[in-house]
Design a binder for this molecule. Structure first.
Ligand code: F6P
Length: 320
């Protein structure tokens, strides 16, 4: 391996910059050249490739977003796009590629590996929905951003004695909702993995709480369930309690990364370079049981994960 390329793909996540920095600086330390590929696979196909040095990644570890920009690329889902991508890598002398993104991005990385480009994936998504790892770059920051926002909504919700439905991101997964629900002491937590569409239980819970003198009722609703505004209207009609919906949206993806996201992303970035130097390809870096490990991308993509049962139970026991 002489030249490593690095790109970010899919939804951005705080900590991606720390990972890019670690890839660049580790590679330089070990005598390699580094090229940055702008705008994910879309930029690769347009040959938006820049040389990177130690200073290209100065002053970025504390920044949200990704200095390489990111995109979702339809063309790269097809064989022609993948072949062109591999050719462009070869043309630019890129013999190792680090892809920072989610499952969709790993799928592309796997295709490139089959076409002879050594690739390593780093799990970058706020959703925590990558089955092979207990940690993804950005989740910790996103949850911390969301809990701060939810605390604020709670202040006004209590003052007005309202019920608030707060919708958090996560695509089809409920990890952000579960963590916010526990961390914010929500009255109800709705997770796509466990949702039974039983709105009457929710309504009864709100009415009982009012009878007990409770002034607020925070419902954390995961994006995978969605429809928070319509839900708020139905709940208000059924309970007589003024109800508002707040969708936190993309603010959850921004902001300065937490220490955990900076440090774990840095370690993962360095490990990606080391794996390439060991001659490995088609691997994804993961964090499990206190260790940074790696899996075959195909095996990683076939894995399934679910909300941990005990965590889910705890979230139920603490609700009143
Ligand atoms: O995967 C990260 C994520 O923020 C999801 O939580 C959300 O469903 C999606 O991306 C939103 O995507 P976009 O930025 O394209 O609206």
């Amino acid at each position: 391996i002489k030249t490593i390329g690095v790109l970010t793909s899919g939804g951005d996540a705080p900590g991606m910059n720390a990972a890019i920095r670690a890839v660049v600086r580790t590679a330089l330390t070990k005598g390699l050249n580094v090229k940055g590929i702008m705008r994910g696979y879309a930029g690769l196909l347009k040959e938006e490739i820049i040389d990177m040095n130690g200073t290209s990644v100065s002053d970025i570890i504390q920044r949200g977003g990704t200095i390489l920009y990111t995109a979702r690329c339809e063309e790269f889902r097809h064989e022609e796009g993948q072949k062109l991508g591999a050719e462009i890598c070869r043309k630019h002398g890129i013999d190792g590629l680090v892809v920072i993104g989610g499952d969709g991005s790993f799928n592309g990385a796997c295709k490139l590996a089959n076409l002879g480009i050594n690739t390593i994936g780093l799990p970058g998504t706020i959703d925590l929905d990558i089955a092979c790892t207990d940690y993804t770059i950005g989740f910790d920051t996103a949850v911390n951003t969301a809990i701060e926002a939810i605390d604020k909504v709670r202040d006004t919700s209590t003052s007005h004695e309202r019920c608030s439905i707060i919708e958090v991101m996560g695509r089809h997964a409920g990890y952000i909702a579960l963590w916010c629900g526990i961390a914010n002491g929500a009255e109800d937590i709705l997770l796509p993995e466990r949702y039974d569409h039983d709105e009457q239980t929710l309504i009864n819970h709100i009415i009982e709480n009012r009878k007990r003198g409770k002034k607020h009722h925070i419902i954390i609703n995961a994006e995978g369930i969605g429809h928070s505004a319509a839900m708020a209207k139905r709940i208000e009609a059924a309970t007589g309690v003024e109800t508002r919906a707040t969708i936190l949206g993309h603010m959850q993806r921004g902001g300065t990364p937490t220490a955990k996201d900076r440090v774990y992303a840095s370690i993962m970035g360095a490990k990606a370079v080391d794996l390439l130097l060991e001659g490995k390809s088609n691997r994804v870096v993961a964090y499990n049981h206190g260790d940074f490990v790696d899996f075959d991308i195909n095996e990683a993509l076939a894995m399934k994960k679910d909300i941990p049962e005990y965590q889910f139970n705890v979230s139920k026991w603490l609700v009143r």
